[in-house]
Design a protein around this ligand. Structure first.
Ligand code: UT7
Length: 335
């Protein structure tokens, strides 16, 4: 590893589809209510892509804006974190790179569900630290509306579509925006808690058994909830101690926006004021791999996250997977 090279966040871009679906809209279709969704999750509405819009369409928008925010039109590598790729194969990232006019750069997907953006940051940061790349575009992009069961109130209430992206460049470990070590983990013994049962090699969808195939996203919410809190707290403690901070040094904690009750539980367990955890899910729901960059951009826009603030980011998702990292927030304007 090249000594002293850090990956520094130097651009931030987002994109949300324009169509908004409120809790009241859902309650007209499903046996649910604004009161249930708000009190159990904190979510008030979500953005849903129009029919025919795919993950790469959202990723191109957010990626292009991140490049603009970084005032560049070239990067060495493109990573797309997604669990809703355009196709099972090939990966979505090469399409995105081509459509962004980035030429023949390496481009690949990272599949870690809601933790995908943190995994993407770790891989992109590692490529920079090793001297393999000088700049990396990391995009989290999802169209969960394409995998949700229209009849499943527990998932349709939660998930939304969107994309967020950062540009990483090579820099110094002490400068604002430099990523600290990204702490990652997984526990495959919990793989059945969040999954799409059919459509992969374990249970291919074939014409002769189409009636027993389940092509929709399924989540055992309560068991995921308990795991999420414990894993995010542990990973965040480790990320903070690895950069020599104490927990109270965290001025802003941008958590994966899955459920405001999870964020409150993480805050309480870490004995941090809940006010240090910016909330974005009230307006966008859980956007999986897009959630952290979308929440970072929203926090900058609302003034909750300012240059120079010591910032933690943490996420949790299917796999099971989780991760956390720290950085001092740089002077970056989201586009
Ligand atoms: O982002 C990746 C990781 N994912 C997460 O972190 C999600 C973590 N889990 C959660 O956020 C919560 O578990 C949920 C919001 C998904 C569910 O909340 P919960 O408090 O765990 O509720 P539950 O699943 O235990 O369901 C309680 C009841 C059930 O009814 P019965 O069986 O008690 O009669 C559900 O059918 O609430 C019912 N329910 C709903 N009722 C009205 C579930 N969804 C809805 C709904 N509206 N939308």
């Amino acid at each position: 590893m090249a000594a002293g090279r850090a990956a520094v966040v130097c651009g931030l871009g987002t994109h949300l589809p324009s169509r908004v679906v409120t809790n009241e809209d859902l309650a007209r279709e499903l046996d649910t209510s604004d009161e249930w969704i708000r009190s159990r999750t904190g979510i008030g509405q979500r953005h849903i892509a129009e029919e025919g819009i795919a993950t790469s369409d959202l990723a191109v928008e957010a990626g292009g804006r991140a490049l603009k925010s970084a005032e560049t039109d070239a990067v060495d590598t493109v990573i797309v974190a997604t669990s809703t790729p355009d196709h099972t194969c090939p990966a979505t990232a090469p399409t995105v790179a081509a459509r962004l006019g980035l030429g023949t750069v390496p481009a690949f997907d990272v599949a870690a569900m809601c933790t995908g953006f943190l995994y993407g940051l770790a891989v992109g940061g590692g490529l920079i630290a090793a001297g393999t790349a000088d700049s990396v575009l990391v995009i989290g992009a999802e169209t969960y509306s394409s995998i949700l069961d229209p009849e499943d109130r527990s998932t349709r209430a939660i998930f939304g579509d969107g994309a967020g992206a950062v540009v990483l460049r090579a820099g110094e470990p002490e400068e604002p925006g430099a990523l600290g070590p990204v702490i990652l983990g997984s526990d495959g013994t919990g793989s059945e808690l969040i999954r799409i049962p059919s459509g992969g090699s374990r249970d291919p969808i074939r014409a002769e058994h189409i009636e027993r195939a389940d092509p929709y996203f399924r989540m055992a919410g309560t068991r995921v909830f308990r795991n999420a809190v414990e894993r995010m707290v542990d990973a965040s403690r480790e990320a903070v101690s690895r950069v020599g901070w104490t927990l109270d040094d965290i001025e802003v904690f941008v958590a994966h926006q899955a459920n405001v009750r999870i964020m409150n539980a993480v805050a309480d367990q870490m004995r941090l004021p809940r006010s240090r955890f910016p909330v974005h899910l009230d307006r966008v729901g859980n956007t999986a791999a897009a959630s952290i960059p979308l929440a970072l951009a929203d926090a900058v826009t609302t003034g909750a996250l300012r240059p120079g603030q010591r910032t933690a980011i943490a996420g949790f998702g299917g796999g099971l997977t989780w991760g956390a990292a720290t950085l001092t927030w740089p002077d970056v304007t989201p586009v």
